[in-house]
Design a protein around this ligand. Structure first.
Ligand SMILES: O=C(O)CCC(=O)C1=CC=C[C@@H](O)[C@@H]1C(=O)O
Length: 321
């Protein structure tokens, strides 16, 4: 990866080839069999079932700006090209005190300076406490945020913050991410009225169809994001975004731009701020890995063995349910 993101600089993924096309199984290294089993369900859908037909061709995407210094923002933005929206990471672990918040504000201000017309959203990955979030979002509101993604942890935390922002005269849309994909009940946040929209990721939610069902049952607008997938996994995100009945916000599916290299050549990067689902009959709805890139990026034998073991364990969970 060009920049450390979510604590990683190397993204590992297992690729599978089924009759419907290539599929990705890439739960983060610290995830156990239970959580990984949903990622495997998504891979099985991708490789052995395929996805529902798209209802739109073009999926607008956002640039994703990791928690870099303000001076590096321009370089990151340039790698995404001209996009309609930018998501800025804030509240990085260990940087949630006053100094960290000042860095976050500087990063957002720099994005706003460089992309005055873009829709802007922040993602705190539940890193702030209530007081810090309230103060930080009131400062950040000045830059015109379309929403704040998971500023604090928990469904009750989101609801309380949303009300406090209203009461303080700075109402702001709240998006739930961890409160959807990490909860045993992904609909609880919607039922509690704790968020205005949901962020949905295909692999953590167990596939395109399951994610579609969750969005429908939640009755909220949805933003589809990547799980930092290779272009093979991005195709599943595009399939979901292209089959949602409504797509009012740009999606976090441009993350191949954060990689130095991808298994598909060229990687699936936004073109004029969009990815094409192939609904129009054109294009590359099912990307195919490049054999030379696969050979170059192949993990060592031990690591491959570890991934095979994870696959077997995740499969064990799936077949027991
Ligand atoms: O939503 C985006 O713009 C890109 C995807 C993204 O931010 C993430 C992908 C994978 C892991 C997460 O830490 C992170 C997120 O929190 O949404």
């Amino acid at each position: 990866m060009h920049t450390r993101f979510r604590g990683v600089t190397i993204r590992e993924a297992m690729l599978l080839r089924g009759p419907a096309g290539w599929a990705e199984f890439s739960p983060f290294a610290e995830y156990g069999p239970e959580e990984s089993s949903r990622w495997l369900a998504a891979a099985i859908e991708a490789g052995w079932q395929g996805w529902p037909a798209p209802v739109r061709d073009l999926v607008p995407v956002n640039a994703t700006v990791p928690a870099v210094a303000a001076a590096d923002v321009g370089r990151v933005l340039d790698s995404f090209g001209d996009v309609p929206a930018v998501k800025v990471k804030v509240a990085e672990s260990g940087r949630t005190g006053p100094e960290g918040v000042a860095e976050d504000v500087a990063r957002v201000a720099e994005v706003r300076r460089l992309r005055p017309g873009a829709a802007l959203r922040i993602d705190a990955n539940q890193g702030w406490d209530h007081t810090t979030a309230l103060a930080a979002l009131q400062r950040l509101a000045e830059y015109g945020l379309e929403y704040a993604e998971q500023p604090v942890a928990g469904i009750e935390g989101l609801a309380r913050l949303r009300e406090a922002l209203h009461a303080a005269g700075t109402p702001m849309r709240i998006a739930a991410d961890e409160s959807v994909r990490k909860e045993t009940d992904p609909l609880a946040v919607a039922r509690a009225g704790a968020a205005d929209l949901v962020v949905v990721k295909v692999q953590p939610l167990g596939g395109v169809r399951r994610a579609l069902g969750i969005v429908g049952a939640a009755g909220l607008d949805a933003v589809v994001s990547s799980a930092l997938d290779t272009s093979v996994g991005i195709a599943a995100g595009v399939a979901l975004a292209a089959s949602l009945p409504a797509l009012p916000f740009a999606c976090g599916l441009g993350t191949v731009a954060l990689f130095t290299e991808d298994v598909v050549v060229p990687g699936w990067l936004p073109d004029a701020g969009h990815l094409a689902s192939g609904a129009s009959g054109a294009s590359r709805a099912r990307p195919v890995p490049d054999p030379a890139a696969l050979a170059r990026l192949r993990a060592g034998e031990d690591r491959q063995q570890w991934w095979r073991q994870r696959l077997v364990q995740a499969h064990g969970v799936l077949s027991a349910t």
